[in-house]
Design a protein. Sequence first.
Length: 358
Amino acid sequence: MRALVARAAGAPPRVEEIVLPAPGPAQVRVAIRAAGVCHSDLSMVNGTLAPTYPLVLGHEAAGVVLAVGAEVDRVRVGDHVVLNWAPPCRQCWFCARGEPWLCAATGAPSLPSGSTDADGTPLHVTLGLGALAEEVVVAANAVIPVPAELPFEAAALLGCAVLTGIGAVRRTAGVVPGEAVAVIGLGGVGLSVVAAARAAGADPVIAVDLSEAKRDLAIAAGATDFLLSDDTLNRSVRTRTGGRGVDHSFECVGRAATIRLAWRATRRGGQVTVVGMGGKDDVVELGALDIFHSARILRSSVYGSSDPDRDLPELARAVLDGSIALGPLISDRTTLDEAPAALDRMARGEGARSVILF
């Protein structure tokens, strides 16, 4: 079977033939039907997240169960499932206190998979999944059943971009009607934040990006305003918020520079939520007096502070009943052979989410 493999940091990934093991106890084999190309995949390719190579890319996907190992009663052959890149163990200290998104057993950028390339070289997989592949073998707790009528491309996005973005608004920040929101960075996650903020009754919802091409995408997702990220951003945001700044800003890029932009755009006593995953050496500097005087809250949102087993089926129902529209998030649909080009477009800041269809 074929998969997208990165051989070294900075080296262009290539579609290669790989060999999967049979599912062992508590594992399932899934035929991938749709997979999103996420910014975290780009961070694997360029080495920002320091994975182990060679590495099968991909972690946002949906498909059909082909086989199950012993001890698996969570799913059956033929079930439609979404892959979960952070399946909680349900036993550690964080899980026991109701914070499964901080589970001590998850979070490694890459894990051994038991699969090999055509020459027998062992492969690691992105976030335990390696989902930019025709098939995967994953832990049973890393699959979540969804209704068969849910389109695969929508199901795939629920597994990362949508769950992360909507969770950041609903569960991490707790946005309420009438609050002002700014969203910096309009990829798939950022546009999900925009849509969730608008659905929560925020007003205004100010979408911010470096590219003018993101304007129509932002408005379609629910933004009331679109601003280019430049030296006038802080002033422009305050003009739209009575001079105060927004109640909530969401940084969806993962860079120190944009975190500082989000900080400055937020009112005194407001909240800055960092959704983007950045590099360990990209240091955010804030003045001690500024921190004290502004009384702002700075926090991150890991996987939308969500419990995927609970929240993802709820989002699937919302997509099916029309209360969540994912169309604005998908900028193009393509094939596995074109996945490297989709990563290049993402690196240039073009489009929203590319979806690979199998």
